[in-house]
Design a protein around this ligand. Structure first.
Ligand SMILES: Cc1ncc(C[n+]2csc(CCOP(=O)(O)OP(=O)(O)O)c2C)c(N)n1
Ligand SMILES: [Mg+2]
Length: 307
């Protein structure tokens, strides 16, 4: 258990951090993230297809959402009052499958079936096939609108459930994102928290060189959202922002956006900040090199045994 208190100025625009983040077990969360990063690479390497960069970028967010922030139960995937998660950037499916496997929604035996014909683990998440996936995604731009609809429906049903939606920054160049961004404050959706994976890369380069988003938080603010800005790989900040978002929404009658500064390819040195690793599987040599980054203990033990 890590005891140190989080630096007070870590979350800009937020008031005091909730006290309970001082008890966050950062070591356990980062160990889980490390393992899930390996699962992501295993899946993509086995399939020889998929999107490593985006998955490694957002896995720390998913670890905190499913492990610390969301109310959900793999044994009751249809529980009416479960919190909902929409992976609007659906090409991050390997990250979603990894966290859903960890929480028991998907059997581990399915892990090698990513992107195989007739597999449940399609290249983009399909709600028809996977418990824990509340809506199919992959066509960028649509998820935030779906999340707005879910939040409206839950409110109509007087449900305490909260909706979380993760969008990409490149994805935010889609016009539909901004229709949803207008709608959520108009409907005072206090049961909606959006997160933006602000890794500054899209499919073929830097977002700012292709179609600049600038201060995306300021844009959401202008549309009527509360906005928090965090380091998307700092577990304390992610969890504190998640709690703060819910409370702040209640105080202000507004939805909250958490802009998460992330690194595409995080954790694998040669994939970090490289647009070329957007949608490419590693070959055998690269896979081993990636494992060396993520799992040096096991990797070097294996090498020792081989020699
Ligand atoms: C409507 C639509 N257009 C194009 C694509 C192809 N595509 C998949 S990922 C991607 C880039 C997404 O970049 P970003 O939102 O920044 O996500 P990141 O991979 O950086 O997490 C594109 C253009 C798509 N899936 N949907
Ligand atoms: Mg991006």
């Amino acid at each position: 258990m890590t005891e140190s208190a989080p630096p007070a100025d870590l979350i800009k625009n937020a008031k005091a951090l909730p006290a309970d983040t001082t008890t966050v077990d950062v070591d356990a969360l980062s160990e889980l993230s490390r393992k899930l990063r390996i699962d992501i690479l295993d899946m993509i390497f086995t399939a020889q297809s998929g999107h490593p960069g985006t998955s490694l970028s957002c896995i720390d967010l998913l670890v905190c959402l499913f492990g610390e922030l969301m109310q959900h139960d793999a044994k009751r995937p249809d529980w009416a009052d479960r919190d909902r998660f929409v992976l609007s950037k659906g090409h991050g499916a390997p990250a979603l499958y990894a966290i859903l496997m960890h929480h028991g929604y998907i059997g581990w035996e399915e892990k090698p079936t990513l992107r195989q014909v007739n597999s449940n683990l399609q290249g983009h998440p399909a709600s028809k096939y996977v418990d824990g996936v509340d809506i199919s995604t992959g066509s960028l731009g649509q998820g935030l609108s779906a999340a707005v609809g879910m939040a409206l429906g839950l409110r109509l049903n007087n449900s305490p459930a909260h909706v979380y939606c993760l969008i990409g920054d490149g994805e935010s160049q889609e016009g539909q994102i901004w229709e949803a961004a207008l709608s959520a404050p108009a409907h005072k959706l206090t049961n909606l928290t959006a997160l933006c994976d602000r890794n500054s890369l899209q499919i073929d380069g830097n977002t700012e060189a292709i179609k600049p988003l600038g201060d995306i938080g300021a844009k959401f603010e202008a549309f009527g959202w509360n906005v928090l800005r965090i380091d998307g790989h700092d577990f304390r900040q992610i969890i504190a922002a998640g709690h703060r978002a819910k409370a702040w929404s209640q105080e202000t009658d507004k939805p909250t956006m958490i802009v998460c500064q992330c690194t595409k390819g995080k954790g694998v040195s040669f994939m970090e900040n490289e647009a070329g690793w957007h949608g490419k599987a590693p070959n055998a040599e690269q896979y081993e090199a990636a494992l060396a980054d993520l799992q040096p203990d096991v990797y070097y033990q294996r090498l020792k045994e081989a020699n």
